[in-house]
Design a protein around this ligand. Structure first.
Ligand SMILES: Cc1cc2nc3c(=O)[nH]c(=O)nc-3n(C[C@H](O)[C@H](O)[C@H](O)COP(=O)(O)OP(=O)(O)OC[C@H]3O[C@@H](n4cnc5c(N)ncnc54)[C@H](O)[C@@H]3O)c2cc1C
Length: 171
């Protein structure tokens, strides 16, 4: 196995994430685990630092450098608070990723700038009561009804899908 030689951008991002995680996350991680909620102000700060737009290119307000930089940042954030690391990785990967890859230009314009800035937090609703590993068993369907899409189905275990709505300061 060979060590990867990091470039200057990757080292800077890793060090910034490490410093932020150790000073802002680690001291409060146990408190957030108990309350089940990561402080809104900290999530906002992560948006300002570019940590929530790491797979989104600059043209959409993101901070994309490359996937090594992104992985290094997630690793450092998770070392400070594993719940925050999970929130960050789900938001960036399966939250922003599909909009970036499969969204129409209108959907990208509507969602990516807010996602990249952390004003909205992304999630991914795959699992259903009867289908987890067996994704081919999904029953949820989107049906066009008089020009409107109706989505029928039940989802569970959706990380980042809060039981309460996000405060207006994050919208
Ligand atoms: C912390 C956490 C966060 C999650 N976040 C999300 C999320 O954000 N969005 C989302 O959609 N889902 C999420 N999930 C759900 C997760 O994706 C599912 O739990 C996972 O896909 C497994 O599905 P299941 O729970 O239905 O278990 P099952 O698929 O029923 O599996 C039960 C057991 O059977 C084993 N098994 C299953 N199929 C096979 C096979 N073919 N061969 C051998 N063994 C097998 C599994 O390894 C497991 O041990 C989350 C789960 C957790 C624990």
């Amino acid at each position: 196995m060979h060590d990867i030689e990091l470039n200057e951008d990757q080292r800077m991002i890793r060090d910034m994430a490490r410093q932020f995680a150790q000073s802002e996350l680690a001291p409060r991680a146990a408190e957030w685990d108990k309350s089940g909620w990561i402080d809104d102000a900290v999530v906002r700060q992560m948006g300002e630092l570019g940590l929530l737009g790491m797979v989104v290119p600059e043209e959409w307000g993101g901070s994309y450098v490359d996937y090594v930089a992104y992985a290094l940042a997630v690793e450092e954030i998770a070392a400070g608070c594993s719940a925050t690391g999970a929130m960050m990785s789900i938001h960036n990967s399966v939250g922003c990723g599909p909009v970036l890859k499969f969204g129409t230009p209108e959907q990208q314009q509507a969602w990516l700038p807010d996602l990249a800035a952390g004003r909205v937090i992304g999630c991914f609703a795959l699992t259903e009561p009867q289908a987890g590993s067996e994704a081919h068993n999904l029953r949820t369907r989107a049906v066009l009804d008089n020009g409107e899409w109706v989505i029928n189905g039940a989802k569970q275990f959706v990380s980042n899908a809060s039981g309460r709505s996000w405060p207006s300061s994050l919208r």
